[in-house]
Write a protein that binds this ligand. Structure first.
Ligand code: G4P
Length: 190
């Protein structure tokens, strides 16, 4: 999506060789006009998939997912990073091992809000190593819902997450796919 690629080139800030800061428009301050355009693009790409629910993960995915869900006219559910003890049986849970942050955490969603009747589109801001997305996929599969695919704002295609998730048979639609980042600049996949 040219609009997002252009914005990354204008306002993205590289941190080292592999971290892209997009704090000014995507995951701290948020440009909801841009999110609406992203939502329209995913609504076009997944138009025939009868999406009934958007699923994301706290925190940065929530803002994008809310605007996207408006385009689809469906609710948003976000997986919580578990801090409190939950009564077994009430939630679907998965363990996420984040390489980026060097930690392991559980994510949960209530069984009340996800089930076999749902057709789920996953939305997240970044795809790097794919740990968060793998956790979300497990939640969907455990619930018996149908996974229609994943919409990612920024895929760092030089990291293994995209290939990993696609090799699991999941359709991944990333609006900006970064091929390489260096002091010379950012290049996108064709
Ligand atoms: P991982 O396996 O390395 O942990 O990669 P994953 O794709 O699961 O992404 C892990 C977290 O790191 C995500 O945030 C993702 O948004 C963030 N992230 C990865 N690469 C970048 C990057 O280049 N720039 C920025 N800004 N974020 C990146 P999270 O753990 O879910 O936390 P939150 O930020 O959503 O609260």
């Amino acid at each position: 999506m040219k609009l997002l690629e252009q914005r990354i080139l204008e306002d993205g800030v590289m941190e080292g060789e592999d971290v892209l800061k997009v704090d000014s428009f995507l995951n701290h301050q948020m440009d909801v006009g841009l999110f609406a355009e992203m939502g329209k693009e995913w609504a076009r790409l997944f138009a025939d998939d009868h999406v009934t629910k958007i699923l994301t993960i706290e925190a940065s995915g929530i803002g994008i997912a809310c605007v996207v869900a408006q385009q689809f006219g469906v609710p948003v559910l976000f997986a919580k990073k578990n801090k409190t003890k939950n009564i077994a049986g009430e939630v679907y849970s998965a363990q996420v091992e984040s390489f980026t942050h060097g930690r392991v955490y559980d994510i949960i969603v209530s069984k009340k809000f996800l089930g076999p009747g749902d057709r789920v589109l996953l939305i997240d801001d970044f795809l790097a190593n794919g740990a968060a997305l793998q956790g979300l996929i497990k939640l969907v599969r455990d619930s018996g819902a149908t996974l229609v695919g994943a919409g990612i704002a920024v895929e760092k295609a030089f990291q293994p997450g995209g290939d990993l998730i696609r090799s699991m048979g999941v359709r991944v639609e990333s609006l900006a796919r970064i091929k390489a980042m260096s002091s010379k600049g950012i290049t996108f996949c064709d």
